[in-house]
Design a protein around this ligand. Structure first.
Ligand SMILES: [Zn+2]
Length: 79
């Protein structure tokens, strides 16, 4: 890497760091809870949030299983 490219990379990193601070999430005064199982943010690894609902990684796993089962049944019963 030539010195000029290095300098540009450093500048970009510095900008990114500042941007990170700007977009840092404000602290919430409440804990997000999964809309499906009701577990709190602190009990879970990951949470996907939409406008008014949240779903945790555990419930997503259950959903994936249910959908996979339905697809398998559909294939076996319709034929
Ligand atoms: Zn859940």
């Amino acid at each position: 890497m030539n010195p000029q490219a290095m300098q540009e990379a450093m500048t970009l990193m510095e900008k990114a760091r500042k941007y990170d601070e700007l977009i840092a999430f404000p602290e919430r005064d409440y804990e997000l809870r999964c809309s499906f199982c009701g577990k709190g943010q602190s009990e879970l690894d990951k949470m996907v949030t939409a406008k008014n609902v949240c779903i945790c990684n555990e419930c997503i796993g259950v959903c994936v299983e249910i959908i996979a089962e339905d697809e398998n049944e559909g294939v076996s019963t319709n034929e």
